[in-house]
Design a binder for this molecule. Sequence first.
Ligand SMILES: Cc1ncc(C[n+]2csc(CCOP(=O)(O)OP(=O)(O)O)c2C)c(N)n1
Ligand SMILES: [Mg+2]
Length: 803
Amino acid sequence: MDVSSKTSNDISFDDFKEQIISDYKVAFLSRSCSLLGRKEVLTGKAKFGIFGDGKELPQLAMAKSFRNGDFRSGYYRDQTFMMALGHLKPKDFFHGLYATTDMEKEPMSAGRQMGGHFLTYSLNEDGSWKDLTKQKNSSSDISCTAGQMPRLLGLAQASKIYRNVSGIDTSKFSVEGNEVAWGTIGNASTSEGMFWETINAAGVLQVPMVVSVWDDEYGISVPAKHHTTKEDISKILSGFQRDENHKGFEILKVKGWDYTALMHAYENASDIARQEHVPVLIHVTELTQPQGHSTSGSHERYKDDKRLAWERDNDCNKRFKEWIIESGIATLEELESLEKQIKRSVREAKKEAWSEFLEENQTAKKSLVHLLNKAASKSPNKNFIVRLKNDLIAIEEPIKKDIASTARKSLRYLIGETSAERQALLKWTSGFLEEEQTKFSSHLYSENENNATKIASIKPSYTEASEQVDGRVILRDNFDKLFEKNPNALIFGEDTGAIGDVNQGLEGLQEKYGALRIADTGIRETTIIGQGIGMALRGLRPIAEIQYLDYIFYALSTLTDDLASLLYRTKGKQKAPLIVRTRGHRLEGIWHSGSEMGGLIHLLRGMYILAPRNMTQAAGFYNTLMKSDEPALVIESLNGYRLKEPKPNNLGEFCTPIGVVETIKQGADITLVSYGSTLRIVEQAAFELQEVGIDAEIIDAQTLLPFDIREDVVKSVEKTNRLLVIDEDVPGGCSAYILNEIVEKQGAYRFLDSAPQTLTARAHRPAYGTDGDYFSKPNSEDIFEKVYAIMHEANPNDYPKLR
Ligand SMILES: Cc1ncc(C[n+]2csc(CCOP(=O)(O)OP(=O)(O)O)c2C)c(N)n1
Ligand SMILES: [Mg+2]
C-alpha cells in the first residue's frame, strides 16, 4: 500500500503546529549532533562516528506511535528516535562518542560500545525488573547488520504470549499483549538471511512487529542494484502481503521526506500490529546519507554528482523545513532563529561532555604526577622517572591509557627500592588499575544474587521403591514440574510441540500446557534463538530448543553477538535469561554426533555451557537455571535417552550445581577428567585398567563454562600426580581449554610427575556408523592404552610396553 500525504485531522491546527515545530527542533538537534560529531572524530577526540543524519523524519513518526511498554530493536541510525523519546540528550551523545566510562554520563554502555548503539534500562541496580509497561523500551543494539532481527521476533512474540496464555504474572511486562515491537534495518541489510528468516517467521507466528526499512539506496558504497532484486524490498516482499484468504503482513511504502504521509503510515502500522497482532513492514524510501556512511570515508568517492545533487535536494530535514514554510506553519526567520539556539546548545553540550570526560583523567594525572615527584626524589633513577612524569604533564588531555602506562613504566625504575614513596606509588597504581579494569570487564556474568553459580545444589533423592526408567522419562517428568511451577516458562523448537521432541522428553506436555507454551517452530535455528532472546528480555522464561548440537551453528552469530554479550554490553542494564536446550555427542554420522565444544566455549563467554552425563544431571541443570537469571546452553547426551536411570522423587526440585565438578570414581594413580557421553567410555576403560592394577580417579567436569570454580581437580592431581583430559572434540579443542584451566589456572603443574595430556577425537568430523565412531572418537581401548602408556613411562618395570 502506498501511503500518500494526508493531514491528521484528529487534533487541532494549533496542536498540530506545535507538534510540527517540536519535531523540527528534534530533527535539527539530531542533525546538529551528527555534524558536530563527525568533526569530533576528524579532530581526533573520538575514534569513530556513525550517525543518524538523513534518516531523521521517519524516526520522528515512529516515536509518535511508540507507546509505553513497546520495544525497539534497531540499529545505529536511530539517534533521532532515541532523542525524540528523551532517551538521548546531546551531552549523552558526545559522551558516547568519547567513550566515557561513567554510566551516569554515558548511559548507553558506559563506553563499552561505539556511539550509535542504544538501549534503555530494564533492570534496577539489584538486577530486578523495572516496570517495563511504564517506559518506552529499547533492546540493546549490536553492530552486526540484521543482527537485531531475530531478537525482534521474540520481543513481538512476548505480546502474543502475554495476551493469550493465562496464569502469568504480567504486571511489569505487558498490558494484555498490547505492546508492539518496532524494528529498524537499513535497506542493504535486508539482504541478510536473518532478515528473511525473521520476516517469514513473523508472518507465520502473526506477532505485533513493525519493521521499518530505512532505504537510502546504499549499503556503505554499494548501490541497491547489488543488494536487492528489483532494487525494491517492498515490491519483492509483496507475496507476504495478507489478503482475505491468507494471513501475512501489511506492507506500507512511504517517502522518507513526506512528514504527513509518514505520520499516517506509522499510526496505521501501530494500530494494525497492536490490535490485530499482524506484522507490518514499512518501506521508507528516498532517504539520504548527507555525511556518508560513517567517519571512515567520504561518500563523494562512490556517489556521482547527480546522486549527490539529488540527495542535497531531498534531504528529509530540508524538505521538512520547506514544507513547514510553505504550509505557513512557521516562517524562515522563525526556523532560523530556532536553529541558531539549537546549534549553540549542541556546541555547549559538546564542550561540557569533553571536559567531563577529561575530569577524572585530569584528577588521576594530578595524583600520579604528585606521587612520581615524591618517588623520584628518593630514587637513584630520578632522571628516568622525571622524564616519564614530564611526558605525562605534556599530555594536556590525557586518557586512561596514558596514565596507566606512565605509572606502570615508572615502577620498573623503582624495582628493589623500599621507600615509602615507592610503596605509595605502587598502591596507587594497583588501585587505579583495578578500578579501571572493572569498568571495562565487569558484568560478563550476573553480579547479583541469582548468578547461576550461586544457586545451591539440591541432590536428587531416592527411596527403596525408586524405579529405573529411561532417561527421557526423567527429563519429561521434570519439565512437567517446571512448567507447572513456572507459568511464564515455555519451550519451542523443531518437533518440540506435538510429538514432544524427537526423543520424547516433552511427551504429552503440549496437551497439558497448550500449543503456545510447548510449541513447534519452523526449521530456522537463528530465529528460534531470537524468539528466546526477545521473550526473555520481556520477562518470560523461554527454553529454545536446537534439535541437534551440530545445527547450533546456524544460530551461532545470534548466540555470540547478541545473547552472550548482552549483560556485558549493557553493563547489567538488560538481561535475557534464555535456556538453550540441545542434544549432541555420540550418535551417528557427521551431523548427528559432533562435539564442537571448543568453538562454543570460545564464542559463548557470557553464557554457561553445561554438558551433563545423564538425564538426571541435565534435569537438575534446568532446575538450577530456572532459579537463576542467566543464559545457558545445556547439551543433553544423545545416546542417553533410552539408558536406565533411577527416577528421583523430588523432580522439579533437585538442582545440579553450576561450576562444580563431580568425582565419580576415586583412584590413586591418575586423574581422568571428562564430560558428557565420553564419561561412560572412560568408566569402562577405568574398569579395565583396574584389572592391570591401575587405579584411575574419574572426574566429571559437567560444566565447561565455568569450569571447576572450587578448584577440586587440582586436589585430585595433588593426590595422583598424573592428569589426562579426555573428550570427543577436535585436538586442541575443549580438552585444551580444560588442561589450561587445571594446569595454568589451578597450578596443577606443581604436582605433576608425568606430562599432562589430552585424548581427543580425530580432527575430522565423526564418520558414520559404529566403526565410524570407533575410528573417529576416543574409544575405551584408546583410553586404556593412553593411560597405560603414561604409567609405562613412569614405571616401565611394573608396566612393560603394551604396543
Ligand atoms: C554482519 C555485518 N556485515 C558487515 C558489516 C559492516 N557494515 C556496517 S554498516 C554496513 C552497511 C549497511 O547498510 P544499510 O543496511 O543500508 O544501512 P545504512 O548504513 O545505509 O543505514 C556494513 C556493510 C556489519 N556491521 N555487519
Ligand atoms: Mg542503506
